[in-house]
Design a protein around this ligand. Sequence first.
Ligand SMILES: Cc1cc2nc3c(=O)[nH]c(=O)nc-3n(C[C@H](O)[C@H](O)[C@H](O)COP(=O)(O)OP(=O)(O)OC[C@H]3O[C@@H](n4cnc5c(N)ncnc54)[C@H](O)[C@@H]3O)c2cc1C
Length: 480
Amino acid sequence: MKYNRIVVWFRNDLRLSDNETLTRAIQQGKEIIPIYCNDPRLVGKTKLGLPKTGAFRAQFLLESLEDLRKSLIQLGGNLVFLQGKPEQVVVDFAKQIQASAIFFSKEVTSEERHVDKALEENAFSNKIACESFWQSTLYHKDDLPFPIKQTPEVFTQFRKEVEKQSKIRAPFPLPTAINYPGEALIPDAGLPPQWTDYGLEKPKREEHSWLKIRGGESSALGQLQSYFWEKDLLKRYKETRNGLIGMDYSSKLSSWLALGCISPRTIYTEVKRYEKERIKNESTYWLIFELIWRDYFRFIAKKHGTKLFQVSGIRNQVDSWRRDKAQFIRWAEGKTGVPFVDANMRELNATGFMSNRGRQIVASFLVNDLEINWTWGASYFESQLVDYDVCSNWGNWMYVGGVGNDPRENRYFNILRQANTYDRKGDFVRLWIPELQEIQGFDIHQPWELSTSDLRALKIQLGHSYPQAMGKIPALEKTY
Ligand SMILES: Cc1cc2nc3c(=O)[nH]c(=O)nc-3n(C[C@H](O)[C@H](O)[C@H](O)COP(=O)(O)OP(=O)(O)OC[C@H]3O[C@@H](n4cnc5c(N)ncnc54)[C@H](O)[C@@H]3O)c2cc1C
């Protein structure tokens, strides 16, 4: 054994299976002490003054920690909870229990990397070793066919190169036991973070929220089982993935991936098994394709550092964005008067989730129609999304905002054309905007086209019961 006692610091890797950090610690340490540190900086405010961790994500995190603790206890271990800045309190704790090493997973973006560096320096000066592991991507960083600094700027090129030249590593197996020193050494394992730490109210389950997800590795594996095997939905994923309503149009794995309750390699391995045992088609490939998008934003974030969060983006574009707070608030609250945008924003506010199609539409509306600073949109999503992932969120926003590396210049989404393709009968809007419910068919997407008498008959008064549309919405070419 290389070390006597190892502290395993869990971060965004809240799982036991395919967890290299934990596996290596078990291999190299006589005793293992798994910990989670509740960093006060994660419950602060964004630049817009919004909570960094919104209520839905906070709930998902608390559930995930509960699940992780239970699983560790089943292996003979526990999860010790600390409170404070990890670079300080994790090292203090390691010192106090005379651990010889701290193991943790590497993060990608600047704030987290500063923490890593500070923790390593503090540990070093206390003669405690640190070992960190890269484990959030499908393709391991060390297996890329190019140095990170030369990561291709264009997704297709990135994808083709990794698909051709890199291999995806097999997941690490689930550990069978943990040699935890127990109460003699750690009489008080502490309490998980509480709602009061976040200064938030526990969210009410929205009655027509279909997002039935619970944080934790057990439910992540349950969702995989359900989506792939029980409901057999993977074989149609490519056709359904642009859906808007229900649990079944896409995998809904993003929230678990964001906190590391499941690894992309575990999902990949399961796709391969499904391809062998059920069917291999474009849909099965497409889920992997989307996971490669996720990787791409991670490596791009690593390559470009803090540029990811700057309004000028990777392209160093001139900042000509508008900063109209009143309009931004209308967008955020789902009161733009453009029903397809509002329905998506209301879904986000009520459930913490929005479909990929919806995210693209509302983001395009904010940056292209309202010309409002794209970083405000990214910041709002950061606060609200249950599946918030720093690289995927800021990377996608940069992309829609045209300050990323997308070679296609025009990323404008014509709202009515999108509505006509993805919500032709208006069912999605009808679900989230009750005040327009009585409007039949596609007309619900453009109430401004109805005559005053029609609106009166439906008891709708634009500007009163539902807002007048902001900006000029390009008309839909008559194809429907
Ligand atoms: C403006 C904007 C912001 C976004 N913010 C986030 C975010 O904070 N966190 C997040 O996980 N995804 C984000 N996405 C990507 C995508 O919308 C979500 O991953 C997806 O909707 C989650 O649902 P799902 O798990 O059912 O996805 P599925 O369609 O089942 O896809 C499977 C997995 O592939 C990955 N994936 C799919 N699409 C993308 C994509 N465009 N970029 C990166 N990864 C992708 C996700 O991990 C997802 O869970 C954002 C997209 C946009 C346009």
